[in-house]
Design a protein around this ligand. Structure first.
Ligand code: 3H9
Length: 698
């Protein structure tokens, strides 16, 4: 008898229950258990119908991703599904939680499906760089039609039980999964319903068979944003096979596509990202069982762009917010921006029409810091100077309730110094959100010297609750993300002095897969900020200074490293900038040389990786994968490249260390010398990933 799958009999109905926490993934044991239980139930002459259901929080959430890349263990999922679909007795999948990937494929091989109201059903394999590999691309189009099927498969987004019912993916919405499944099974028997095998039902394919453009147009719209990714295109091809080929041939085509993708570098990177994200939520050095403090109300200080975005993130998750400003005028402006933002999203259909009013209803605008008194968590998002932050935290110390977690949203300031102005340093930490805060998923949680473990756990758990990806970092200038980015910024600027153009550098970076190059990013942020700060500090950066002296402050003035025409945000290369760079270099007596794209790529990426190695050495990040999570979710690092430290391992640390030494000499820049950790790993032929394995084993 299987330990993870149980067979019971209620009169003529057999109930097969999968119980493999946490998410009932289809490990070899679960596949074997389902296979054996189904075989017994089919062979039992007393049994007339079979219900497949799951214990715990969810229906089967997919294949067991940890098994990919290892030698396959029997039985294969295809074999299990074949047995089920060919069963002479009706099999009913009774779904709760999420039926995802291989889980939905199991349900599709059943003859009927029912689900509870809250259930969600989907094929998210593309998000792991895969395509559904157990018949999903063939059976889902037969269940819901190829247009919706390809949308679900290429986007990877699940649908609700209500949508599933409307589109024929489930037969009924039920109260409880097991009891509802059983009642439905009795109905099937009473009505003598014929077995519905999706493999034999081509009725929903007819329209697309007659006119394939129905399908190809849907695919073109869906893959528009899939730049650089392989899986969405391969998945669409597999669905097309459902329309054009007989079922068994379609299955074969799907299998080929799946096997190719499962071995691809992209999928390896995406699977790594999946586990890294979850690993990042486990805080190194915090005692097991540390419970988060309850958070029922949050206060945000500052209703500017950051404060407003953070407030929206909490309201989106249904958590009440007190948004605090220093004056009515600023508060009104901030509340107005959020309202407009919500309305624009509702107008685009991104949120329901009644959501703006509901969400704004959760945000209570107030003037005066004394209004933090009811908050369990306070996030300060005021002007980025130490003096202002200290003033705010002194006031928070006075007004916040005991035990409230007090967080600063600073992007680089020293949290230890901020904590010192309060009498409760154990409650102080950083929660660094990324702009726009209501959209970007990353939250760097900054652990200060005296931060209490449960304060840290509170920040991590609330970040997850508002659908952010938390990563814990230590105190240093710029924390992890911006500290690494500064290295790239330094090199991109230097490249202009050597002969590269902004558009050449940006093109290399975007071709790599980043959403924006460093110069387009500077134009977006505004060049005047850095210019003023350089002036204050008596520093020069001749090209950037010359641009600002010519009134080119970036997008806001329609001109920066690029020109912007007719209110568009699209950067256009500008011959005037080329001239300005030439003149500046001539004035400085610098000679231009041809800089290759390969050199640009190395000088954009390797210094960041080098800084990542220093960050690990100093313990500012606990794991290389935490650094990768920060880049994936805060800076748009392409998911199919896993993150900078994963990428470094793929390229090879020895190569990277050698190239850094070379550039250190060539460009006379000792800061490019490989960090001791990088040097050591390179010399030992090791990877950054080996560090994580080592610390796990310890
Ligand atoms: C597939 O099915 C391929 C088939 O088409 C073809 C086969 C031939 N495997 O996310 P959580 C772990 S591809 C192994 O924090 P939540 C996870 O690592 C698969 N482990 O919970 C974590 O472990 P830990 C298609 C898995 O409630 C723990 O479970 N399916 C798997 O926030 C809890 O996870 C998917 O892509 C797995 N499949 O969210 C679904 N899933 O506690 C992937 C989870 O040690 N899963 N774990 O850190 C999810 O989207 C979410 O986990 C889910 C629950 C929504 C289910």
């Amino acid at each position: 008898m299987s330990e993870v799958v149980k067979l019971e009999r209620h009169d003529v109905i057999a109930i097969v229950t999968v119980n493999s926490p946490p998410v009932n993934a289809l490990s070899a044991a679960v596949r074997g258990g389902i296979f054996e239980c189904m075989k017994s139930a089919i062979a039992d002459s007393e049994v007339k119908a079979i219900v497949l259901t799951c214990a715990g929080r969810t229906f089967i959430a997919g294949a067991d991703i940890t098994e990919f890349g290892k030698p396959p263990k029997p039985p294969g999922l295809a074999e299990v599904l074949d047995l089920m679909e060919s069963s002479p007795k009706p099999i009913i999948a009774a779904i709760h939680g999420t039926a995802l990937g291989g889980g939905l494929e199991v349900a599709l091989a059943c003859h009927y499906r029912v689900a509870v109201k809250e259930a969600r059903l989907g094929l998210p394999e593309v998000k792991l760089g895969l395509l559904p590999g157990a018949g999903g691309t063939q059976r889902l189009p037969r269940a819901v039609g190829p247009e919706l099927a390809v949308k679900m498969i290429v986007s990877g987004d699940p649908i609700s039980a209500a949508e599933a019912l409307k589109n024929g993916l489930i037969e009924e919405i039920v109260e409880g999964p097991a009891s509802g499944g059983e009642a439905f099974a009795l109905k099937v028997l009473a009505e003598k319903r014929p077995l519905r095998k999706l493999r034999d039902d081509d009725s929903k394919l007819a329209a697309a068979k007659a006119d394939i453009s129905i399908f190809t147009n849907a695919v073109a719209a869906l893959t528009k944003k899939a730049r650089g990714l392989e899986a969405p295109f391969a998945a669409a091809d597999a669905v097309r096979a459902a329309i054009e080929l007989p079922f068994d041939e379609g299955l074969k085509k799907e299998r080929e596509g799946f096997l190719k993708l499962v071995a691809s570098d992209q999928s390896k990177a995406q699977r790594y990202a999946f586990f890294s994200e979850r690993e990042a939520a486990k805080i190194a050095g915090v005692p097991d069982g540390t419970k988060p403090r309850p958070v029922e109300r949050v206060a945000i200080i500052g209703a500017g762009t950051m404060g407003g975005g953070i407030a929206m993130s909490f309201a989106n998750a249904g958590i009440p917010v007190t948004l605090i400003e220093t004056g009515e005028e600023q508060l009104k402006r901030g509340m107005g921006v959020m309202q407009k933002n919500y309305e624009a999203t509702a107008a685009r259909g991104g949120i329901p029409a009644d959501a703006p009013a509901k969400r704004m209803g959760l945000i209570d605008g107030k003037v005066g810091l004394e209004h933090v008194k009811d908050a369990d968590l306070v996030i300060e998002a005021v002007f980025e100077t130490m003096a202002v932050k200290k003033e705010v935290f002194e006031a928070l110390d006075k007004h916040a309730k005991p035990g409230a977690v007090l967080a600063s949203n600073t992007s680089y300031l020293n949290i230890d110094e901020i904590a010192k102005v309060t009498k409760r340093p154990q409650d102080i930490l950083g929660m660094h959100f990324f702009s726009p805060a209501n959209v970007m998923k990353l939250c760097e949680i900054v652990r200060a010297d005296k931060t209490a473990p449960d304060a840290l756990t509170t920040a991590v758990s609330i970040a997850r609750k508002i659908a952010k990806v938390p990563a814990v970092v230590g105190v240093c200038d710029g924390f992890v993300g911006n500290r690494m980015l500064a290295q790239r910024g330094k090199q991109s600027e230097k490249l202009l002095f050597e002969g590269a153009l902004p558009q050449q550098v940006d093109a290399v970076v975007t071709k790599f897969g980043m959403p924006m190059g460093p110069f387009a990013m500077s134009d977006l942020a505004g060049l005047d900020i850095g210019w003023r700060s350089r002036k204050d500090r008596g520093i020069k950066s001749e090209i950037a200074d010359a641009l600002c002296e010519a009134g080119r402050f970036g997008q806001k003035t329609g001109k920066g490293y690029y020109k912007y025409e007719g209110g568009s945000r699209a950067p256009l290369p500008d011959p005037e900038v080329e001239k300005l760079i030439d003149e500046t270099l001539q004035r400085m007596g610098r000679k231009k040389r041809v800089v290759s794209d390969d050199e640009i790529l190395e000088r954009m990426m390797y210094p960041m990786i080098n800084e990542g190695a220093r960050i690990l050495e100093e313990g500012i990040a606990a794991r290389p994968s935490d650094i990768d999570v920060i880049w994936l979710y805060g800076y748009g690092w392409p998911i199919y490249r896993g993150g900078p430290m994963f990428y470094a391992d793929q390229v090879g640390l020895k190569h990277i260390a050698d190239r850094l030494s070379y550039y250190a000499k060539e460009t006379n820049d000792p800061s490019l010398e490989p960090a001791p950790l990088l040097k050591r790993l390179a010399a030992e032929g090791k990877t950054f990933a080996s560090l994580a394995q080592q610390s796990k084993a310890a």
